[in-house]
Design a protein around this ligand. Structure first.
Ligand code: CO
Length: 188
């Protein structure tokens, strides 16, 4: 099922998501829906809070990228970055922040402990696009967005776009869930 994507000012994107205790039929269905929603939006990574679930779960599929055609999709549950090395700057975007791009510096290689779709513990080293997408999605699980990390020279331009998104002006080629615009004019 295609789920609507939560947008920038949605509070769920700022929460620390909860670990999963296991994988049941409900989680399996959510994983399938996340892949469907991600592909429908032409995304290469998606974290559960982006479809309204505050859970430490993300999916990734980079096979549409040149030189990554042979790579299999990945389900990552309860990830924990054990170590990082190197540094690399790359332009990022996010399905929850439509229309906004900016360069972000992140470690180039990460050692990751996580559980797969069968809740089996895995440890693996990831580099290239895998390291980039995984760190972006793990940030989502901690309530961090790429715009928080964007290089200073892009901040002013982005600020304008973010205020538009906050005020509910959202243009996306996929279903979105727009949070109620917070109004200060009617305090409770
Ligand atoms: Co994102």
């Amino acid at each position: 099922m295609i789920l609507p994507i939560t947008i920038y000012s949605d509070a769920i994107l700022r929460q620390r998501a909860k670990p999963l205790k296991g994988v049941d039929a409900g989680v399996e269905e959510l994983v399938q829906s996340m892949f469907e929603s991600m592909r429908n939006a032409s995304g290469i990574g998606l974290a559960a809070p982006q479809v309204g679930y505050s859970l430490r779960l993300l999916v990734l599929d980079v096979s549409c990228i040149k030189n990554y055609e042979q790579e299999q999709p990945l389900v990552v549950i309860n990830p924990h970055i054990l170590s990082v090395r190197g540094s690399c700057e790359m332009e990022e975007g996010c399905l929850s922040v439509p229309g906004v791009q900016g360069d972000v510096v992140r470690p180039a290689v990460i050692m990751l402990k996580y559980r797969n779709e069968r809740f089996e513990e895995q440890v693996g080293e990831f580099s290239g696009m895998f390291a980039r997408v995984l760190q972006h999605e793990i940030d989502h699980l901690d309530g961090t967005l790429f715009v928080d990390r964007v290089q200073k020279r892009h901040r002013r331009k982005i600020q304008k776009e973010l205020s538009l998104l906050s005020s509910g002006v959202v243009s996306a080629a996929y279903p979105v869930s727009i949070p109620d615009v917070v109004s200060n004019s009617h305090p409770l």
